[in-house]
Write a protein that binds this ligand. Structure first.
Ligand code: ADP
Ligand code: MN
Ligand code: MN
Ligand code: MN
Ligand code: MN
Length: 390
């Protein structure tokens, strides 16, 4: 008999997710419901270990602890699968995480913490691939009597989400029909709808950095629509890289909730649009005391002799940004000057007036590795100043 197959019974309607689960999944309640779930583990503390992968991008994972750690030695050396981050082979994949600095976790709230860690090969206890913190810490230690202070102005561009795993190409401020917005002018430090684009992201990041204990000193809307800046510092020595890394991590976490992607590309939009940099402000004790202006000039001269070596440490694709236009100095030219935003190094007017202060290296790109940048700045300065005292 060719009986017609019976129509299949309709699948039972899937149970809609509860509101709470949805909030937990999207994080749209600021983590409050996730925290409520965690309360059942009362007495325990969550530690979010944060480190840099082979590409200098932050990664993180969480560990339950029985008490809040007060110092890095309260934290254990942990490990992760380095074969998944480009830092090890599959057959010998263990990479160690050595805790270096503790921050409050502003996402989960008190008493939970975030831990800045650096990566070490488990097999030979050498710095893992792209652990640029280790050599930087050595240099900062060597010149610690000079008491280096750094302040980095991190520019970034908020982008439309695009597709999973693909690099986004359209800034948040660009029009939905693909046309470009009106030229630059009103956006820098601007306010208002269709002028300041992405403020909820910049503001939330600011607040969470404060709560975390990251030394954030300000924010501003930048020249291109969708582009912003936050300033980290002044920080002493190795602390600069640690605090900027944590600030970048917090930014990535914040964008999870705002349907946009944070790009640290030096030139996210081609054409007549500003690129994104990481101006690095820097001083050592001899620059900050009376007569320090002479030291600033000496160090600027020393920087000029190794300009190429510095550029090599200042980020990928920086040639697309350092064109001599859009408030930059051409990548193949080195010049310094007072209050000059078209120079490689700007000396603030106030330093000239008061005869002491700091200098601003305007060359590092938004995607630079702050450990590499502060390392070479300290090395060049340390060599220049110690050669002179001998
Ligand atoms: P700009 O005028 O270039 O936009 P910002 O105000 O954005 O400058 O950033 C300047 C940064 O310089 C501050 O965030 C601060 O961290 C840093 N800074 C200030 N004084 C010193 C100093 N003496 N040594 C090093 N860095 C400093
Ligand atoms: Mn596993
Ligand atoms: Mn600035
Ligand atoms: Mn800026
Ligand atoms: Mn600047």
């Amino acid at each position: 008999k060719d009986e017609k197959p019976k129509p299949k019974a309709k699948a039972a309607p899937t149970k809609p997710e509860t509101k709470t689960d949805d909030k937990v999944r999207t994080g749209k309640d600021g983590g409050a419901s996730a925290l409520a779930k965690l309360r059942s583990f009362s007495g325990c503390v969550l530690a979010e270990y944060v480190w840099l992968d082979a590409d200098g991008v932050t990664r993180s994972k969480t560990m339950t602890m029985t008490a809040r750690p007060l110092k890095v030695t309260d934290l254990k050396v942990w490990n992760y699968d380095g074969s998944s981050t480009g830092q090890a082979d599959g057959h010998n994949s263990e990479v160690l995480l050595k805790p270096r600095a503790i921050f409050n976790d502003p996402f989960r709230g008190y008493p939970n913490v975030m831990v800045l860690a650096d990566a070490w090969n488990a097999w030979d206890d050498q710095p893992a691939k792209n652990n640029t913190r280790a050599p930087c810490a050595e240099i900062m230690d060597r010149y610690r009597s000079l008491d280096p202070w750094f302040g980095i102005e991190q520019e970034y561009t908020l982008m439309k989400p695009g597709k999973v795993g693909l690099k986004p190409t359209v800034p948040l401020g660009f029009n939905a029909d693909g046309s470009e917005p009106a030229p630059q002018g009103p956006y820098y430090t601007g306010a208002g709808f269709n002028v300041a684009i992405g403020r909820p992201v910049a503001d939330e990041h600011y607040k969470l950095c404060m709560e975390a204990g990251v030394k954030i000193s300000g924010i501003n809307a930048e020249v291109m629509p969708g582009q912003w800046e936050f300033q980290i510092g002044p920080c002493r020595g190795i602390e600069m890289g640690d605090h900027l890394t944590m600030a970048r991590y917090i930014m990535l976490r914040v964008t999870e909730k705002h349907d946009c992607v944070c790009s640290f590309e030096p030139k996210p939009a081609k054409g007549d649009w500003n690129g994104a940099g990481c101006h690095t402000n820097f001083s050592v004790t001899p620059m900050r005391v009376a007569g320090g202006y002479d030291t600033i000039i000496k160090v600027c001269e020393a920087f000029g002799k190794v300009a190429k070596e510095h550029i090599a440490e200042y980020g990928e694709d920086n040639d697309k940004r350092l064109t001599g236009k859009h408030e930059t100095c051409d990548i193949n030219t080195f010049k310094y000057g007072v209050a000059n935003r078209g120079a490689s190094i700007r000396i603030p007017r106030d330093a000239e007036k008061s005869g002491r202060g700091y200098m601003e290296d305007r060359r590092p790109a938004a995607n630079c590795d702050p450990y590499r940048v502060t390392n070479i700045i300290m090395r060049t300065t340390g060599e220049c100043l110690s050669a002179e005292t001998i």
